[in-house]
Design a binder for this molecule. Structure first.
Ligand code: TYD
Ligand code: MG
Length: 453
């Protein structure tokens, strides 16, 4: 037995320290350090394992042919991955418990068996549970092997003996390395187990998908500390009781990371949603307090409805509540409305909500937020069929946004007839004839418009 050493780790990012710290220097999280005991012989332990040794070779002799991409069977997911799963890559799939990680992975492995055997290692569920899930998903595949084990040394051995094309680890937080005395799911365990898996996966060229739980309270070590070790990081987001799921790429060594894919959790597993931009749209929006905008998520355009409610405040400091947009951004927009449009919101509570639980990070939605607020305040709906695109400057001026052409085209395709946006950036693009494009310079002009109609 080696000597035990006490170290402290940040639960969030894995920062290591000899003493306890209140604030993590790595990720600035407060109160995130946990004490763990590790043994000094870990490294020695790894070098005696029987993972094949790699050889020294010239870089130009490295064969590039086998780096194919395999389709996952879902166009949405392939796009997020940059065109499919790269052979031999290590992928981390994170998400909250119950969001659908095991389901999606099982569906993908079914597809991947066209290229070879799949080893499905589960430390979470029994063989019966996994089998029942497979039945539910209609998967009847004799190339998927189940292995219920949590000891990484055994798993490593199994991978070496079996040499599968694909290996699934469900989940990383249940796996442990005997040499480390802390419990499974602790920072040092999660890190060490991943390092060992990476070692085997890379040397043998096995596609490895590691599932990691993310919990809101952070009681177990999060997959975030693994992000730098793996090639691709995907997260499944969504509300547990709403059926749509968003798969988001946050790291990708083989492609761009700003793509999302939208799925729906259905009776028989995850189903991709291809009419993405329609998904969150309420067709008849002629209620006061609603305005629609077009945002970009990677290469896809999403049309989103923004809802606002202003109501008389009974507090000294009125409430401002947002869901899906940044609160500071809302405060800024409200200040512009007050100053430029002369609408006094000082005695109003303001609530803003993005329909569908989507989070908007780009300022292109400013104009729609402002219009929703004004529309609610005046109790006048915006004209049916109108869409608002633009960033708001502090002067009330409407600024151009990237890729406005794409947004307009998508909106027109989905039946929007009047598009309000700035004149800037429209000079060089060909605008669709089906829709009226209203070029507004300042939000002031738009408010007049709302009153007239
Ligand atoms: P699961 O993949 O087990 O989640 P995770 O691995 O992320 O913890 O999915 C759990 C939920 O999905 C569960 O509440 C049941 C639901 N579900 C469906 O709605 N349809 C299905 O076909 C399957 C297999 C699960
Ligand atoms: Mg699971």
């Amino acid at each position: 037995m080696g000597k035990e050493k006490v170290v402290f780790f940040c639960k969030d990012c894995g920062y290591e320290s000899a003493k306890w710290l209140g604030k993590c220097p790595g990720c600035n999280a407060w109160n995130s350090f946990v004490e763990e005991k590790i043994k000094k012989e870990i490294v020695a332990n790894r070098s005696v394992s029987n993972v094949p040794k790699s050889e020294l070779k010239k870089l130009k002799d490295v064969s590039v042919e086998h780096k194919q991409r395999f389709t996952t069977g879902f166009e949405e997911l392939d796009r997020v991955l940059g065109g499919g799963i790269v052979d031999g890559s290590l992928i981390l799939l994170g998400g909250e418990p119950g969001i659908g990680k095991s389901t999606l992975v099982l569906q993908v492995t079914d597809k991947l068996t066209t290229h070879g055997d799949v080893l499905y290692v589960s430390g979470e569920e029994s063989e019966l549970q996994v089998r029942l899930r497979a039945d539910r998903l209609g998967i009847d595949n004799d190339k998927i092997y189940f292995y219920g084990e949590t000891d990484i040394a055994e798993i490593e051995q199994k991978i070496i003996n079996m040499n599968p094309k694909v290996c699934i680890i469900d989940s990383i937080q249940t796996m442990y390395d005997e040499a480390i005395s802390s419990v499974p799911g602790s920072v040092s365990q999660v890190r060490e187990v991943t390092a060992r898996l990476m070692n085997v996966a890379k040397k043998m060229g096995i596609i490895t998908i590691v599932i990691g739980h993310v919990t809101k309270d952070g009681t177990i070590a999060g997959p975030r500390l693994l992000e730098h070790m793996v090639d691709v990081v995907l997260y499944i987001e969504g509300e547990r009781f709403v059926s749509h799921r968003i798969v988001r790429g946050v790291k990708n060594r083989f492609g761009s990371t700003n793509e999302i894919g939208i799925f729906e959790m259905a009776e028989k597993g995850m189903v991709e949603v291809t009419n993405m931009s329609e998904m969150f749209l309420t067709k008849e929006t002629n209620q006061p307090g609603a305005a629609t905008t077009a945002i970009l998520e990677g290469t896809s355009t999403l049309l989103l409805e923004l809802q606002a409610l202003t109501s008389h405040s009974y507090y000294n400091v009125p409430r401002r509540v947002t869901n899906g947009i940044d609160l500071n951004r809302l405060n800024m927009i409200l200040a512009v409305i007050e100053k430029v449009c002369g609408i006094s919101l000082g005695a109003q509570d303001v609530y803003v909500n993005v329909v569908g639980g989507i989070k908007i990070t780009e300022p292109a939605s400013d104009l729609a937020v402002a219009m929703a607020v004004i529309s609610s305040y005046k109790s006048v709906p915006v004209k049916p069929g109108s869409l608002f695109i633009g960033e708001l400057a502090l002067t009330g001026e409407i600024r151009s946004v990237v890729n406005v052409e794409k947004r307009i085209k998508e909106a027109v395709k989905l039946g929007f007839t009047t598009i309000y946006t700035t004149k800037y950036g429209l000079e060089k693009i060909t605008l669709p004839k089906e829709a009226k494009i209203v070029k507004v310079n300042n939000i002031k002009d738009l408010v007049k418009n709302i009153q007239n109609d």
